[in-house]
Design a protein. Structure first.
Length: 299
């Protein structure tokens, strides 16, 4: 159950991060992305050292040295895929594509379930299939209302499965792989931060402290996501990913938005799917604690 807990903590942190970016005005989405990567990198480095995971960084470095240009190409591809997703998450809300990206995150768990089942033959329990069906009902209703899918939607729901499948094929350690992804993203992030930051930031004060907080929260959230992806099967990891967009909706409600009667047909089945997954998790935990129960895997 450790992987499930880490996944839920990561979803809470990402939802808070989405809310947190509203405090960073007048920074643009590009500037927020740049500072997020620049400041997440040292916090992640510290986290690796404190948790004794620095060996993962060296392990990937040795593979890179021995593997030549092919290993370098794999690493560059991984960094580029994650970098695009991190940029899109912050760019979309301030450029009129927030709905398209949120729809992509609602579709993402379904594509992760299919990826894990088809490519890696990951097991999917009956409650998980039922949760998948409920989520599909909600997503289907959203698709009927939205019509054609925009490119940010496709980028999210297809890009992340490719990214996680690549890491699994290459057996890339979670936190060490994330460190290399961010390292290779630093030049682009530095350009974004310097090119798009307003004068107010360089004067210090409240905005500068908020930027530091952005890096700390982002490092924790990304680390939780990577650890969960390492410990959970892709189907379970994908279905638990529904917690994040549901929490984003809660954050939006706290900010004063409201759900229409039509939108309840989208969010209601998805929330039921999340509740079903939580119920299955509690049942498994209780089953393992029964006397004489066979020890299960630490998912």
């Amino acid at each position: 159950m450790a992987g499930v807990g880490v996944s839920l903590i990561g979803s809470l942190l990402f939802a808070f991060l989405y809310y947190y970016t509203g405090w960073l005005r007048p920074l643009s989405g590009e500037a927020i992305y740049g500072w997020r990567v620049l400041l997440t990198f040292p916090f992640l480095t510290l986290l690796l050292l404190v948790r004794g995971r620095w060996g993962q960084v060296g392990q990937i470095g040795r593979r890179l040295a021995l593997g030549g240009w092919r290993s370098g190409l794999w690493l560059l591809s991984s960094a580029a895929m994650l970098g695009v997703q991190l940029w899109l998450f912050l760019w979309a809300p301030v450029n009129g594509q927030g709905l398209a990206v949120s729809l992509g995150y609602f579709l993402l768990p379904l594509t992760l379930v299919l990826t894990g089942r088809l490519l890696f033959a990951d097991p999917v329990s009956r409650p998980q299939w039922l949760a998948c069906g409920l989520a599909l009902l909600g997503v289907g209703h959203a698709l009927l209302g939205a019509g054609a899918l925009a490119w940010p939607t496709w980028l999210v729901c297809l890009g992340y499965p490719v990214y996680f499948a690549l890491r699994r094929w290459r057996a890339i350690p979670s936190l060490g792989g994330l460190w290399w992804d961010l390292l290779l993203s630093l030049p682009v992030a530095l350009w974004f931060a310097l090119e798009h930051s307003p004068v107010e930031l360089w004067q210090g004060g409240r905005l500068a402290w908020l930027i530091l907080g952005l890096g700390f929260i982002s490092a924790l959230a990304l680390s939780c996501m990577m650890l969960a992806g390492e410990r959970l099967s892709l189907p379970l990891f994908g279905l638990l990913s529904y917690v994040e967009p549901v929490l984003l909706v809660v954050a939006a409600l706290l900010l004063g938005e409201s759900l229409s009667a039509e939108q309840w047909w989208t969010y209601g089945p998805i929330w039921l799917a999340v509740a079903l997954l939580g119920g299955e998790g509690v049942w498994r935990l209780m089953a393992r604690r029964r006397p004489g129960a066979a020890p299960g895997s630490a998912d």
